[in-house]
Design a protein around this ligand. Structure first.
Ligand SMILES: C[S@@+](CC[C@H](N)C(=O)[O-])C[C@H]1O[C@@H](n2cnc3c(N)ncnc32)[C@H](O)[C@@H]1O
Length: 457
């Protein structure tokens, strides 16, 4: 017999919150039927209104909090939850760190992998940490606006203070927004694939204070670009690079392939752990510089390198981990898919006077197979993949190369656990606690370092 859904849309219910999902939503159950509720915390009792009912679950909205959690802090701004900029803003920072530790434990438990997870390394000030902004530009009520999308939609909520970004970046976005308004540049209209300016990307070096502004346009032509660039340069003296990125596709991907330098250099420079890095518009660069230094220091320490060691750094980006390790190891090989990032990595090796590194552009899974066939015998392999984790074939190549240690930097505990399981089935084991480092305070993202060691056969 078909099971009855025990809740009705638009009805209010009083519920106890028993859990927090990996997306930061409170979980309540009515007759074992789960309801996911934004801005509700475990141990709380809330009156919630059911806003969407599906076959196996529903979504609810808090109407009133009847019993508050001791871990609750007041919302800084509702818009940060509405847009997903800071979905954990209502949770005390200590509790956020515990939540992230718990998320890793849950993913490993699901796969029956017995590992220990250390408390998350947090920040002293878990706000205004991001060195990069990617801000959509849209028409809202007849005016060009910058802000962020309401969750699960492309409706723009205008925002000026983004709370988790470097305030100098927030100021720059407003300056650029006002110039786009002044010169009547048409914002992108997604529905009809019309208009010019899609997004503003801003990056600011944490130590160097060098700023890059990228104007992401649908069209090759950016009207009044000369005037806009001249005014940006006058009003924002930190700007060292203004780039136009053309993305004509109807796509959710932020950037297109083509970058045109409109003023200054094609890169800005920043420092990490005393090393200098040139960063291009399209290259990946960790967004939380304070925590990145802790993360890389930890990864290098856990790699436990000696001066005779050969290292492979897979998914190396602009060579940040590679160069940190090249200071200690004999030789470091890096592989990265984005040719522009590889060019940055090569330049960065030069700037820092490191000659014991070699960078290759290509898919990590292909290049690792090639290195393995060529007989390369690394002592340590580090991997720092995107959220989807490692390809099975890459894990096979790693195992065949038999490094004594694999250092896995992960931004997704679910794919990390999946990959660790494959490694453990092939003779590698996690003998020390996994270490989460909070790269993304106020959000549900979880970064961690795991060490896999080859078991003696
Ligand atoms: C999480 S980032 C890490 C970058 C670098 N380790 C760092 O911390 O700055 C992942 C990198 O993997 C690259 N990437 C994505 N898919 C790849 C693939 N199949 N092979 C090689 N690199 C890839 C991305 O361009 C990005 O630079």
């Amino acid at each position: 017999m078909k099971k009855q859904v025990p809740v009705l849309k638009n009805q209010n219910y009083d519920v106890d919150i028993s859990d927090l999902t990996y997306q930061g939503m409170g979980v309540a159950k009515i007759d074992d039927f789960p309801i996911f509720i934004e801005n509700a915390l475990p141990t709380e009792n809330v009156t919630m209104k059911v806003i969407k009912v599906k076959k196996n679950f529903a979504f609810g909205k808090v109407v009133r909090i009847n019993k508050k959690s001791a871990d609750r802090v007041e919302l800084v701004d509702k818009a940060y939850t509405q847009t997903g900029i800071a979905p954990l803003q209502h949770l005390k920072y200590d509790a956020q760190l515990k939540f992230k530790q718990h998320l890793i434990e849950v993913d490993f438990d699901k796969l029956k992998l017995d590992v220990e997870v250390n408390p998350t390394i947090g920040m002293d000030d878990p706000t205004h940490y991001r060195n990069k902004a990617q801000i959509p530009v849209r028409m809202v009520n007849g005016q060009l606006q910058t802000g962020f999308y309401r969750k699960h939609s492309h409706d723009l909520v205008p925002i000026e203070d983004f709370y988790i970004q470097d305030p100098e970046i927030d100021k720059a976005v407003v300056v650029v927004r006002d110039l786009l308004r002044k010169f009547r540049v048409q914002p992108y209209d997604e529905e009809h694939n019309k208009g010019v300016i899609r997004n503003i990307m801003v990056r600011r070096g944490h130590y160097s204070h060098e700023m890059m502004i990228v104007l992401i346009t649908r069209t090759e032509k950016l009207p009044s670009s000369g005037e806009i660039v001249a005014e940006i340069t006058k009003m924002l003296p930190e700007v060292k690079s203004i780039v136009q990125n053309v993305n004509p596709q109807r796509t959710n991907a932020l950037m297109g392939k083509e970058n045109k330098v409109l003023a200054g250099q094609s890169t800005i420079e920043d420092t990490l752990l005393g090393l200098k890095f040139d960063i291009s518009a399209s290259s990946f660069y960790q967004v939380n510089p304070v925590q990145t230094e802790k993360l890389y220091e930890l990864a290098t320490k856990k790699a436990d390198l000696s001066a005779d060691d050969t290292v492979i750094d897979a998914y190396c980006g602009i060579g940040t981990i590679s160069l940190s390790m090249a200071k200690v190891a004999k030789m470091v090989y890096g592989v990265e898919i984005l040719p522009e990032a590889v060019e940055d990595a090569k330049k960065n090796a030069k700037i820092n006077g490191l000659t014991n590194v070699m960078f290759v552009s290509g898919k990590a899974e292909d290049q690792m197979a090639k290195w393995q066939e060529d007989g390369l015998k690394p002592d340590v392999i580090t991997v720092d993949p995107p959220r989807k984790g490692l390809e099975g074939s890459l894990i096979e190549s790693v195992v065949k190369m038999q490094p004594k240690r694999v250092v896995y930097v992960s931004c997704n505990p679910a794919t990390l656990a999946r990959d660790v399981k494959l490694f453990t089935e092939q003779g590698y084991h996690v003998n020390q606690p996994i270490q989460p480092v909070d790269q993304f305070p106020q959000t549900v993202h979880v970064e961690s370092v795991t060490v896999l060691e080859r078991q003696p056969s």
